[in-house]
Design a protein around this ligand. Structure first.
Ligand SMILES: [Mn+2]
Length: 351
């Protein structure tokens, strides 16, 4: 495979990896399979090279990802702010995965700006490397950017970075398990975002190294909480609204409903994709109340040439990818956000 990054940046990264003794690795709030995959892959590589390595997440990841190798060693800022603060001030290298701006480390609202964990990272004098695949990275917040929005996942970016650095042969088995987990989860198990041969060349290399896709798929899919499956059924049966005139599905989840279903973070993960399976629907929007943070969160998914990145960015303080994006609104109820959304969709079709 050809090099992904330019030789100059790779030489700099090599130098930083070689000289670092204490590395802090971070990924975005509400960490998913790719956030864990990319950060834990780097953890396995760097700790096997004898570095003091710590993985930090802003808040807890979903219970179904607990099987991932070394996930139990990660620190959660919301639970353990003092320990995280010490680790970041001791770090001489900071690796930041699967996000395009530091405010994505906030556990509350992105619009709070640089506070809490993002402030700790910004204030650190250690070099900060971004390893990511989201559009529009905030280049001024990082010292070195390894950002490729056209690629499937941050985990794939990790693989290519380490390949460019000629360090793949030093990586332990768990590195490849974690990389493939991120590549599988961010593509919905090879359903989207992977229409280029090198994606499958990387998968082939990982399979050749002994990673079993069947076992990995079972690990990823079969550790869900019962309450999550029941909540999914409830949302589909009672809360899903279809707007065939906009080819759009909207689902609202309120705080009261979360209480009823003993909601834990991650229980709605993946739900937003399901309405896209309905004939004639090519855009699905999930609206979630987060009253304790004073915000309403939105997830957007689409198929084909329907751009939800722009919708999220222009109207809902968000962004992400062309077919998968997120956003949030402050000081509005879920109903007001829904009405605003429908208004925008009506305007869109009028043009
Ligand atoms: Mn990702």
């Amino acid at each position: 495979m050809e090099m992904t990054f330019n030789a100059n940046d790779i030489a700099k990264a090599r130098q930083l990896f070689n000289t670092a003794s204490s590395v802090a690795i971070l990924a975005h709030a509400g960490p998913d399979g790719d956030a864990l995959g990319s950060s834990l892959a780097l953890y396995h590589l760097l700790s096997s090279l004898g570095k003091t390595t710590n993985v930090i997440y802003p808040n807890d990841f979903a219970a179904n990802l607990r099987w991932m190798p070394a996930a139990d060693r990660a620190l959660v800022f919301r639970k353990n702010p003092d320990a995280v603060s010490r680790i970041i001030s001791d770090a001489d290298l900071i690796l930041i995965c699967d996000l395009n701006e530091l405010t994505r480390l906030n556990t509350g609202s992105k619009t709070d700006g640089i506070v809490g964990l993002s402030l700790l990272v910004q204030q650190s004098s250690a070099p900060k490397l971004l390893i990511d695949h989201h559009e529009f990275p905030q280049a001024d917040q990082f010292d070195l950017l390894f950002s490729r929005p056209e690629l499937s996942s941050a985990s794939e970016v990790v693989y290519r970075l380490i390949d460019d650095m000629r360090m793949l042969e030093l990586a332990p088995f768990d590195f490849f398990q974690c990389v493939l987990t991120g590549m599988m989860t961010d593509t919905g198990f090879f359903h989207y975002g992977c229409q280029y041969p090198d994606f499958f060349h990387i998968v082939a290399d990982i399979v050749a190294r002994g990673v079993n896709i069947t076992l990995l798929t079972q690990n990823i899919s079969c550790h869900e909480r019962e309450q999550k499956i029941r909540l999914t059924a409830y949302l589909l049966d009672r809360k899903l609204e279809l707007f065939p005139e906009f080819a759009t599905a909207i689902t609202i989840l309120t705080d009261d409903e979360k209480r009823r279903f003993n909601y834990e973070s991650g229980d709605a993960e993946g739900y937003v994709n399901i309405p896209l399976d309905i004939e004639g629907i090519n855009r699905s929007i999930f609206i979630k109340e987060e009253r304790q943070d004073g915000i309403v969160k939105l997830s957007f998914r689409s198929q084909g040439d329907v751009n939800v990145e722009q919708l999220a960015r222009l109207h809902f303080n968000g962004g992400g990818h062309f077919n998968a994006a997120g956003g949030e609104m402050r000081d509005l109820t879920v109903q007001q956000v829904r009405d605003m959304l429908i208004h925008i969709l009506k305007d869109e079709t009028r043009i």
